[in-house]
Design a binder for this molecule. Structure first.
Ligand code: 3EB
Length: 330
């Protein structure tokens, strides 16, 4: 035994990353299990439940029936609500989610600022204040031209709401457009009481360094986060972006191949083994539902056995047809 490794009361406990799985089971049964930190339902067929750990995500699944996404930790979980925010915590991990009606805030910029400010103020008082991973879902993401495009306004509000909280670096993230009404902004996150390690992709310009053509405020996210314990990589939304440019406009297969090349480079750069496996679940977002079978065939051929949940969602650049995010367990 390493001297002192178990005798120091101040030594940080080992944090085992949440296990993420897609499950075709009843929501009540999933929520009744010890260690369920969060459960996500998808689309109009998602169950209804008022447990703060449950979130109905307004993105339609592309294969019926759509499973639940379940996050599980080792230990008891507590949960609660604070205004529009709901949260749960256990074993050093925190789930928090907020959903705002943009109509009450005058649009995506101010709604995003408020969502991020509320989340930040909540997190700042928690022991689990190291945000690892954030998902953002907003309506009509590509509506509006140039700097007035709704995604770009969202980016401005997000940065304003973050304030200086992420001055040491941004969490990994996804930002996708939904089709459940343009007023609904949903943001949810995973945080820990220990810091993770941010990972960038050498094939891609870091998002916060994107040039001016992509908006007044560049997007605030890291390409991936190696979670505390270092055995899991949380992978941000990844698309056919090379350098800072979108590659293969209007070519689905080429965008998919480029996206997989980006994912492989990211794994290598993070020091993870190459490829994905049966317990490293991915989510895909496809702009045109008619493309779903081709996306599923492509991924089944290139990533056999990997759990993929494909959703109808719009990538934040209108020329991009598909995006992938997920988890890589070492
Ligand atoms: C890209 O590479 C594609 O704004 O949070 C991916 C992941 C993208 C996260 C975000 C945007 C975001 O720029 C878009």
């Amino acid at each position: 035994m390493v001297p002192g490794s178990e005798s120091l009361p101040s030594a940080a406990p080992e944090r085992r990353a949440p296990r993420i799985s897609y499950r075709h089971e009843a929501l009540a049964a999933v929520l009744a299990e010890t260690g369920t930190l969060a459960a996500l339902g998808f689309g109009t067929g998602a169950p209804l439940h008022d447990d703060p750990r449950y979130l109905a995500v307004p993105l339609e699944g592309m294969e019926a029936p759509t499973p639940l996404e379940v996050w599980q930790v080792d230990g008891e979980v507590e949960s609660g609500r604070e205004g529009p925010l709901r949260w749960s915590a256990g074993a050093g991990w925190l789930f928090a989610a907020i959903e705002l009606d943009e109509g009450e805030y005058g649009g995506p910029r101010d709604a995003a600022e408020t969502a991020y400010r509320r989340l930040r103020e909540f997190i700042a008082h928690r022991p689990e204040h190291h945000v690892q991973r954030i998902w953002n879902y907003l309506g009509a993401i590509n509506q509006g031209e140039d700097d007035a495009e709704r995604y770009k306004l969202f980016c401005e509000g997000r940065a304003a709401g973050m304030g200086a909280f992420f001055r040491e670096g941004f969490p990994a993230a996804t930002a996708i457009g939904h089709h459940a009404g343009e007023q609904r902004l949903q943001v949810y996150l995973l945080a820990c009481d220990q810091p993770g390690r941010r990972v960038e992709n050498p094939r891609q310009v870091s998002a916060w360094r994107y040039p001016r053509q992509y908006g007044r405020t560049p997007p605030s996210f890291a390409r991936a986060m190696s979670l505390p314990g270092q055995d899991v990589l949380a992978i941000s939304g990844t698309a056919a972006v090379v350098g800072h440019s979108s590659a293969h406009e209007d070519d689905l297969d080429a965008q998919l191949a480029e996206t997989l090349a980006n994912l492989e480079t990211l794994l290598a750069h993070a020091g993870m083994p190459s490829g994905f496996d049966t317990h490293s679940p991915l989510k895909g977002y496809v702009r045109h539902p008619a493309d779903a079978p081709r996306v599923l065939d492509f991924l089944a051929a290139r990533l056999p056995g990997v759990p993929v949940l494909l959703l109808h969602g719009d990538v934040c650049r209108r020329e991009l047809l598909v995006e992938i995010d997920g988890w890589r367990y070492a």
